[in-house]
Design a binder for this molecule. Structure first.
Ligand code: SF4
Ligand code: SF4
Length: 395
């Protein structure tokens, strides 16, 4: 295993264990199988284990496994506050204490505000008193590092990043999401502040393995590298020194072994020009079915009416690549749940954005098409309900 440093110089294994998707036995986690996988990873040097309050049964399962094997003090636990369920300081304490009890521990090594998408969410937490709470917990040693996990757009990521002295952050990032969500700009901004960046969805929930078009697989094969699709995705990440830990939701011992091998072998900066070319060809093949040739460059931004133009096209394209619901879900995550709405329907057709688009896209026309596809009536209703729930304290 290779290690990269956290903010305070501690070693973190480049591969982290994502504990969201353990195998099930009936309706419960198969604890014996999970134990085999975790101990395989531990013995190969993995020292970072990521869970969350809302990952059903996960905190309790890993707490039991760490205790059974006496390894709690040899590993780092990262877990998350379900900040979207919080409306008072008492509630923060309640969730945190429950997490400690489930995890059978007296401290959390990396504690994250879960699933932030908007600076308004952070403002809401500050209004409740989260900063005093964090400082107390860090002083008492119950929390060692504080961070946030993120799914909104780049602008809001940078706002949250720059608003507090964070110890770490966690972002969705992979070769297909290099300019969406926090994106490469967010990754570099965090790294420039000396903040370790933990990567989630390195293979887009397995889609960069299971849903690759034949052309993409052929480009990988023709490269002569002999790397599997998963290996290409992981190596692309480890190649970047700004990436600290890559989380992988491993649910078989073989997968643990393969991922540990790749993390042990790949050095930052080891990609050749030919490797980058292969990745570009793979991306092109995946994007061949896209509806809009938007590169996510953001030259069209900001829109005076607040429309998230690249975010909208990203969701629209994902509908074509990964299915309607996946595109709508991604759109809902990154565009729909911000305090100030940034829907395509807010466009007043001023045309300002089109003057800056290097792809010469007819943005106004395409936004109309995209909005219609991304927000059919039942989704509009669902999004409105989700907005009023998630943002209820941010108003
Ligand atoms: S045309 Fe629409 S999307 Fe483009 S800048 Fe004007 S309001 Fe914004
Ligand atoms: S300028 Fe054009 S290509 Fe770039 S993000 Fe905006 S719409 Fe997409």
């Amino acid at each position: 295993m290779q290690y990269r440093k956290d903010k305070y110089g501690n070693d973190l294994s480049m591969l982290g264990f994502g504990c969201m998707r353990f195998q099930k036995k009936g309706s419960k986690i198969d604890i014996d199988e999970a134990e085999k996988e975790i101990m395989e990873a531990f013995n190969a040097g993995v020292n970072y284990y990521d869970t969350a309050y809302v990952y059903s049964g996960s905190e309790a399962a890993i707490g039991e496994i760490f205790e059974r094997n006496g390894i709690r003090d040899k590993i780092n636990i990262a877990t998350k506050l379900p900040q979207y369920l919080i409306s008072s300081r008492n509630a923060i304490d309640r969730y945190f204490n429950e997490e400690l009890s489930r995890l059978r521990t007296d401290h959390v090594d990396y504690y994250l505000m879960h699933h932030m998408t908007d600076i308004a969410m952070w403002e809401k937490l500050k209004a409740i008193g989260i900063i005093d709470w964090i400082e107390e917990k860090k002083k008492s040693g119950q929390i060692r590092n504080i961070g946030f996990s993120y799914h909104g757009n780049t602008d809001n990521f940078l706002k949250i990043l720059n608003d507090y002295d964070w110890d770490m952050c966690q972002i969705q990032y992979n070769y297909l999401d290099d300019v969406s969500q926090a994106g490469v700009d967010g990754l570099k901004a965090a790294a420039a502040k000396g903040i370790p960046v933990v990567i989630m969805e390195p293979l887009r929930g397995g889609k960069l393995v299971n849903m690759l078009p034949a052309d993409a697989k052929k480009h990988m094969k023709d490269s002569g590298r002999g790397w599997s699709p998963a290996e290409w995705g992981l190596r692309w990440l480890y190649n970047q020194p700004e990436v600290t830990v890559v989380l992988s939701g491993m649910n078989s011992v073989d997968m643990v072994k393969e991922n540990c091998r790749v993390a042990a072998e790949t050095e930052a900066g080891s990609f050749t020009e030919k490797d980058f070319e292969t990745i570009e060809l793979v991306k092109k093949a995946i994007k061949a079915n896209e509806k809009v040739g938007c590169t996510g460059c953001r030259y069209c931004m900001p829109c005076p009416k607040g429309v998230d133009i690249p975010g909208t096209f990203r969701g629209y394209n994902l509908m074509a690549i990964e299915g309607k619901n996946q595109g709508r879900f991604q759109y809902a995550q990154t565009v729909s749940l911000t305090k100030e709405p940034c829907f395509a329907s807010q466009c007043i057709e001023c045309g300002k954005c089109e003057q800056h688009c290097p792809q010469n896209l007819p943005i106004r026309k395409l936004l109309k098409e995209a909005d219609k596809a991304l927000r059919p009536l039942p989704f509009k209703v669902g999004i409105n309900i989700a907005r009023s729930f998630m943002l209820r304290k941010a108003k």
